[in-house]
Design a protein around this ligand. Structure first.
Ligand SMILES: C[S@@+](CC[C@H](N)C(=O)[O-])C[C@H]1O[C@@H](n2cnc3c(N)ncnc32)[C@H](O)[C@@H]1O
Length: 260
């Protein structure tokens, strides 16, 4: 079968090391008893081959029509489960219907956007195993106080337990990317709902990190801080010094101060 020509604008760096592909596929655990799996960006199916050796109900989504033609030839039995779509704009809540896990060697240029979409679908997405740019992987898994800790770390850590699994060097891809890669696993935690207004929590986290070097007092002032909240010692801190629970506490304080 003629191979897919790598397209830079689609982040196509095809993994050539079968051992690593197998290791990624085996990192999926079926957390919370889920068998339905969506692979984002299967390309030529290097991960897919190993996923199909396991007992998953597997769906594939790729934006590239050349990859899709290749996958249909390679896996004729998958039929409609091979989906040509943009994961970022497609309605996968409806396609998948039930809770599902995500796996993939993500297109690195859109990996943060993929995670914002995962957050929107957090009630349905039980697990994510993925390879992405090492720095982004580290940032997502990073604890508070670390220079890498940011918006995605807090938001994802609020709903998922995150593990950095292993690093992968550029030589095992065709063409090799300019950056190192990292594989992470996210397992949805048991907390169905945060103990605060979740929409406000998202706003507080995003606004809190809007200027990293500034205190929360400065970053959040456009949100209408009352005088008493303005005096609260937490406002002297910077966003990177707060973990998820502290952000939840801050969100509750903000809401209560508005209700007074
Ligand atoms: C890094 S490659 C990985 C390919 C293959 N899984 C491998 O490991 O060799 C990323 C894949 O994501 C696909 N892709 C890029 N943007 C996408 C999007 N928005 N939605 C779905 N797939 C996308 C690309 O076409 C490509 O096949």
């Amino acid at each position: 079968m003629e191979k897919v020509k790598p397209k830079k604008h689609l982040g196509q760096h095809f993994l050539t090391d079968l051992g690593i592909a197998e290791k990624i596929a085996k990192s999926l655990t079926g957390h919370q008893g889920i068998r339905k799996v969506l692979e984002i960006g299967p390309g030529m199916g290097v991960l897919t081959d190993f996923l199909l050796m396991q007992d998953w109900d597997l769906y594939l989504v790729d934006i590239d029509s050349e990859s899709i033609r290749y996958l249909h030839k390679k896996y004729p039995d998958l039929g409609d489960k091979i989906i040509e779509a943009d994961f970022l704009t497609g309605d996968f809540a409806t396609v998948m219907q039930e809770p599902y896990a995500i796996v993939g060697n993500f297109p690195y240029n859109i990996s943060s956007q993929i995670f914002f979409k995962v957050l929107e679908q957090r009630h349905q997405v039980t697990e994510v195993v993925c390879m992405l740019q090492k720095e982004v992987a580290q940032r997502i898994a990073s604890p508070k106080g670390n220079k890498d800790y940011g918006i995605l770390s807090v938001l994802l850590q609020a709903f998922y337990d995150i593990e950095y699994l292993f690093s992968v060097s550029p030589e095992v891809f065709n063409p090799p990317p300019k950056v190192n890669s990292g594989v992470i696993r996210l397992k949805r935690n048991e907390i169905n709902k945060l103990d605060c207004d979740e929409k406000l929590f998202f706003r507080v986290v995003k606004q809190g990190f809007s200027t990293r070097r500034k205190t929360l007092r400065n970053c959040l002032k456009s949100m209408g801080l009352t005088e008493s909240l303005n005096q609260d010692p937490i406002m002297d801190k910077r966003a990177e010094q707060l973990d998820v629970q502290e952000f939840v506490g801050l969100t509750k304080k903000l809401q209560e101060s508005w209700n007074q």
